[in-house]
Design a binder for this molecule. Structure first.
Ligand code: AGP
Length: 615
């Protein structure tokens, strides 16, 4: 939630800040702002709306200077207005700050500061933090070299909540200060310049050398030096990491939006998920970073998979795959529920979290809670160096490349593929035979080509979408591992087209949702499993009998009778290990086209943000 970028160096700050903000817009896009400091004067521009509109206001507006901060907002406290947009400036005019996170004790701070004569101009929690820095700055020794850094450090010791901040002080024109707790912040180290940002995508065009801040760390970027300290003033040696992203990976190319690009990126994302991850004899998978031995994995009695949103749907598919192929009981929990539920876990439970961004606050909290209890924690994660990647005991990187569209597509199928590889690996440590392993690996390797084949259904799915684009309700139905794919299909449609949709186990429909069925509520039925084909046909009959149009997704070799369905999308036949991946593609394309035909902004749906870093 919210993206921040800061710059200090030898170049004009505002174009660099605006470029970074554009790349962070997926984190929030209701308002944006930029502040630049030059000649001890602060120049500020805020805008209610998108970064591109802010950029139009900034150009030619004299926002010149080589030190600056900027922000793209996802509102938590206070409406979407220019006053509530960041940067905030302290009422004495000395401190300018951008913030990502939530200050929980802001009301008491605000009350205290109002008593001290500070004035507030916004409804935000962030302004309290900004004014408190000004308050401490005023109290610090004016001759101290570390006056500004100390004032930030002292302020943060009074803060309850989460923050990633970038701060400037009018009287300290050579210094930019950043800090984090609970919200991500990185330092990019460029040639004669430093950047602060919520994530790598904002700075990758300028540098691939980054320092990831840990919770409680504060950084001062001053006179060409990087000074990293802990909240209790201990000096730290920054660990510089090299990012292996290509800038081209986050460019649109010929695609009209990121969601479509990322749908078409999927064959490559699956290739990357598999690279170097099969045994020499091609009968099992191998993972370099698990940090759990085969011996230890044989001891586990249960796996807990934990995540939010789409990644939670991946967990549900993982449950089917691991239980089916590895015969290990799996439980799936919403991270937001697990963290406060205090669920009893068996001694030999392996906890695994899944997160594309690696920054989702609830998933991170679930990971921390499990670690605190002494459980081994693993993560499946797409963002190298993210907080979840750094805090888990081990894990599997997705290597799917940056996912910019708010609606997850390639990250989801890459998670499914990795879970399928994990099911194979765990299965081979137990009862899966060598021959079954060989067949399984062969199937996994076929996935990129089969997905490439499946995305060719794009034109057909566009035509189907035209028929249903005006629907107001939609049911997604599936059984077994197609149930989570139905849930994910419904989520995709909801989040980008704003059509009410529900995913349901096909047979459960009779226990309630069938009341919704009418000619106005189409059902999308995943009828892809040959072994339960007859059961799915019965479910479709039940829907048809009540007048609802049926769009079926089935296998090429097992099509449904034409008179039974209104539209039918046939995906290639495949091994069960990769069926969830293949069946996801029509779900993505359907929601994409329907949203597009309705004129929705598919990459930046209303009210959403890609990375949910507040509870
Ligand atoms: C997916 O389309 C959503 N935007 C959302 O549900 C997302 O999957 C969820 O917020 C979890 O994010 P994460 O994978 O980065 O943890």
């Amino acid at each position: 939630m919210c993206g921040i970028v800061g710059y200090i160096g030898t170049r004009e700050a505002s174009p660099i800040l605006l470029e970074g903000l554009k790349r962070l817009e997926y984190r929030g896009y209701d308002s944006a702002g930029v502040a630049v400091l030059a000649d001890e004067a602060l120049k500020l521009k805020k805008h209610k709306g998108r970064v591109t509109d802010l950029a139009k206001n900034v150009s030619g507006n004299g926002l010149s200077g080589q030190l600056g901060i900027s922000h793209t907002r996802w509102a938590t406290h206070g409406a979407v207005t220019e006053e509530n947009a960041h940067p905030h400036v302290s009422s004495d005019g000395k401190i300018a700050m951008v913030h990502n996170g939530v200050i929980e004790n802001y009301l008491s701070i605000r009350k205290f500061l109002e008593g001290e004569g500070y004035t507030f101009y916004s409804e935000t929690d962030s302004e309290a933090l900004c004014n408190l820095i000004a308050y401490h700055y005023a109290k610090e020794d004016a001759d101290s070299d570390n006056r500004f850094l100390n004032s930030v450090r002292k302020t943060l010791s009074h803060i309850e909540g989460t923050y990633g901040i970038a701060v400037m002080c009018v009287e300290q024109p050579n210094e930019l200060v950043g800090a984090r707790k609970g919200s991500p912040l990185i330092v990019g180290i460029g040639a004669d310049e430093y950047l602060l940002a919520s994530d790598v995508s904002a700075i990758i065009s300028r540098t691939s050398n980054v320092v990831y801040l840990n919770d409680g760390e504060i950084v001062s970027l001053k006179d060409g030096e990087l000074n990293l300290i802990t909240s209790d003033e201990q000096a730290l040696t920054p660990e510089v990491k090299k990012i292996d992203w290509e800038i081209a990976e986050s460019e649109l190319g010929d695609f009209r939006n990121y969601m479509l690009k990322e749908i078409f990126d999927q064959p490559k994302a699956l290739e990357n998920a598999m690279r170097g991850r099969f045994s020499d004899d091609q009968s099992t998978a191998k993972f370099g970073g698990l940090n759990v031995s085969a011996q230890e994995l044989r001891q586990i009695d249960r796996i807990l998979l934990c995540a939010c949103g789409t990644a939670w749907h991946a967990c549900l598919v993982g449950e089917y795959l691991i239980e089916r192929f590895a015969r290990i009981p799996v439980e799936v929990e919403y991270a937001s529920e697990f963290r406060y539920r205090n669920a009893p876990l068996d001694k030999n439970t392996l906890v695994m979290v899944i997160s594309q961004s690696g920054e989702t606050i609830d998933t991170l909290a679930a990971l921390r809670e499990s670690k605190r209890k002494g459980y081994k924690t693993l993560a499946i994660n797409n963002s190298v160096g993210s907080t979840i990647a750094r805090e888990s005991d081990g894990g599997i990187y997705q290597h799917a490349g940056p996912e910019i569209g708010v609606a997850s597509t390639k990250a989801f199928t890459s998670q499914l593929h990795i879970l399928s590889m994990l099911a194979l690996y765990l299965g081979r440590l137990r009862d899966m035979s060598f021959q079954e392993g060989l067949d399984y690996v062969k199937a996994l390797k076929q996935a990129p080509a089969l997905v490439a084949e499946t995305v060719k259904l794009n034109d057909q799915i566009l035509e189907v979408s035209k028929k249903y684009k005006d629907m107001t309700d939609c049911l997604f139905l599936g059984r077994q591992d197609m149930f989570p794919i139905a849930l994910e299909g419904a989520l995709k449609l909801k989040e980008i087209s704003y059509i009410h949709a529900e995913g349901y186990p096909a047979a459960e429909m009779k226990h309630g949702p069938i009341a919704l069925i009418s000619g106005e509520c189409p059902a999308i039925v995943l009828a892809t499993q040959p072994d339960i084909h007859g059961k799915l046909v019965s479910n479709i009959q039940e829907v048809k009998a009540r007048g609802a149009p049926v769009i079926a997704v089935a296998n090429e070799s097992n099509p449904l009778p034409e008179d039974l369905v209104d539209d039918q999308i046939l995906i290639p036949n495949c091994h069960r290990a990769i069926l969830p991946v293949l069946a996801s593609i029509p779900m993505q394309l359907l929601s994409y086209h329907i949203a597009n035909l309705r004129g929705c902004d598919v990459d930046k749906p209303r009210n959403l943000a890609k990375s949910v870093t507040v509870e």
